[in-house]
Write a protein that binds this ligand. Structure first.
Ligand SMILES: Cc1cc2nc3c(=O)[nH]c(=O)nc-3n(C[C@H](O)[C@H](O)[C@H](O)COP(=O)(O)OP(=O)(O)OC[C@H]3O[C@@H](n4cnc5c(N)ncnc54)[C@H](O)[C@@H]3O)c2cc1C
Length: 528
């Protein structure tokens, strides 16, 4: 059973070690867990009734509650304080592309707004009904959960077609049965869907090896209020602008992706993850840049700044091994500026051997220390579990959220400094940190995590969050970064979009949206 007021399965938790608890309380002060509202005391108003009904609609409170919000920090706070402002009036569960098309025709006829819902892991307010004050049309959420099958696998061309609602584990399980993988692993992998990855332009933890979703998405079918768009899966084309790029990142504004064809890879012969410590942030950045630009075949890389490295070292429950590591690092003259790099090598044994050799040489050239394989394998083991930490921290009275951008290499150092500074000054006490985690020949993504104390009320908590989000986002724009590298625009990043796209760019998007959705019924208030 999924948590109604948090992330993931109720049966799974990520306990906070004693060492981490002490570390956070030293920096943020001791905190109190605010009383969560219980499910039974939650007031769910009756649904607005539609002028006529449709057989695929469900109206139960439980279903409406579970589709009312996504997984952004404001969503979590609203659930925990029991202040959910709007619920969908009905949720539909189509079973075919035709069902979706019929539902859109029905929704238009009854004047409903429509929200496509994949896994509901949006962290930018992407699946939330528009505020009643701005749009009082009844809300129909369309869940893609039943479109979860592998529809075709072309083993010669390495192309697989899935229903768009297929969640990460089912994408992989169905491909693995034939010896293939998609290799797309966002941290939310277990609960997010293929259609959601495309619609939110997601990036998986192993994007360095497998590519972002835009390079994996080869084509598909999109049901729009103006009709069906079919994008053929072609290896390449010079036939004008690529319409796939209108669908990628469209966040449910243009229509509903009902099926998608993706580029898959044969399962790798071998995969391992490693850890290296570098003396400081500048040297670490230089090492990651050289690794990427040298073309060494890595499937993932992540470089934590000194604060994130220290936080990482406080997380394990058993600190004996960490103590041994600290002794070794001291002996090798690593001080509090040290930065942890994790990287993965995925592929043939021969390629892996060569990549390890190149990385060992790069480590040596940058005065790094190659750590025990335990660090890398531990990361791999907990890569999807760490998503549960947010609920654990909340239960200890601490709030945690993230902010992400991408800049070119010449700006990475400055951007990290400017954005961390802005977060530090926005709220006190706060614990901001950063890592680089997606890499390109010309730049990298910066992923900021910040912790602060949960307030006694929703308003107090949100005041802190808003101050941090605004300061961080303005700092992102001030260094010329994108307002989002992987989470999408939704509601939270909307105020910052025009400065990235320009007024003409926004007009182009508005006109496309108006053409495909003349009544503006698709996911209003998001993206555009
Ligand atoms: C703990 C956690 C970790 C995360 N880690 C990552 C990460 O590593 N990388 C990353 O990129 N993101 C990450 N995210 C963000 C989120 O998982 C991604 O944005 C993901 O792509 C959303 O997929 P979903 O299926 O949950 O989509 P949803 O949340 O259901 O929807 C996202 C948006 O897409 C629209 N949409 C969904 N399905 C369709 C469809 N079939 N057709 C049209 N529109 C649709 C929705 O209306 C909404 O606007 C994380 C989120 C959480 C909570």
């Amino acid at each position: 059973m999924l948590r109604w007021n948090g992330y993931g399965e109720e049966s799974i938790t990520y306990p906070l070690s004693e060492s981490a608890r002490v570390y956070f309380s030293q920096i943020l002060g001791s905190a109190k867990h605010p009383a969560d509202i219980q499910r039974e005391s939650l007031n769910i108003p009756p649904p607005h009734s539609f002028s006529n009904s449709h057989p695929l609609l469900q109206y139960e409170d439980e279903t409406r509650l579970r589709h009312a919000l996504g997984q952004s920090f404001p969503d979590l706070a609203a659930k925990r304080f029991g202040k959910i402002t709007r619920f969908p009036d009905a949720v539909a569960f189509p079973e075919s592309n035709q069902d979706i098309s019929d539902l859109l025709i029905w929704a238009r006829a009854v004047g409903a707004q429509v929200i496509p819902f994949g896994g509901g892991t949006s962290v930018v307010g992407g699946v939330n009904p528009a505020k009643l004050e701005t749009d009082d049309r009844p809300v129909l959420t369309i869940s893609l959960a039943r479109l979860n099958d592998l529809r075709n696998l072309d083993e010669t061309s390495h192309l697989a077609t899935f229903g768009a609602g297929t969640l990460g584990p089912y994408v992989e399980a169905q491909l693995r049965a034939y010896g293939f993988t998609l290799g797309h692993y966002p941290q939310s992998f277990e609960h997010s869907s293929l259609g959601g990855w495309i619609a939110a332009r997601s990036s998986g933890q192993q994007s360095l090896g497998y590519g972002r979703i835009e390079s994996l998405f080869a084509g598909g079918t999109i049901e729009t209020p103006s009709g069906r768009i079919t994008l053929p899966a072609l290896p390449a084309s010079a036939a004008g602008p690529d319409l796939r790029h209108l669908i990628l990142g469209s966040e449910g504004r243009l229509g509903i992706i009902s099926e998608a064809t993706v580029r898959v890879s044969p399962l790798p012969e071998t995969e391992s993850f490693y850890g290296v410590m570098f003396p400081d942030w500048s040297i670490g950045i230089d090492a990651t840049r050289q690794a990427v630009q040298s073309g060494v075949q890595l499937s993932m890389m992540r470089l934590s700044n000194p604060t994130e490295t220290e936080t990482f070292l406080h997380m394990p429950a058993h600190q004996n091994q960490v103590e041994m590591l600290r002794t070794l690092l001291k002996w090798r003259d690593f001080n509090s500026e040290k930065c942890l790099m994790l990287f993965g090598i995925t592929g043939s044994r021969r390629m892996a051997k060569s990549a390890r050799r190149i990385m060992a040489e790069l480590t040596r050239q940058h005065q790094g220390l190659w750590l025990t394989e335990l660090i890398g394998s531990q990361w791999a083991k907990t890569r999807f579990r760490s998503a549960y930490l947010r609920d654990t921290l909340w239960e200890h009275g601490y709030a945690i959220d993230t902010l992400e951008t991408a800049v070119s290499w010449n700006m990475v150092h400055e951007a990290s400094h400017v954005i961390l500074q802005a977060l530090t000054e926005a709220v006190s006490p706060v614990l901001p940190m950063v890592h680089l985690s997606h890499f390109y020949r010309d730049g990298a993504s910066l992923y900021f995590t910040f912790l602060f104390r949960v307030g006694a009320t929703l308003e107090e908590t949100m005041d802190c969050w808003c101050a941090l989000k605004e300061a961080g986002s303005n700092a992102v724009l001030s260094v010329g970064g994108t307002i989002t590298h992987q989470h999408g625009v939704g509601v939270d990043h909307l105020p910052y979009l025009a400065s990235e796209k320009g007024e003409l760019g926004i007009q182009i998007l508005k006109n496309v949206q108006k053409f495909l959705d003349p009544s503006g019924m698709m996911n209003p208030g998001k993206l555009i």
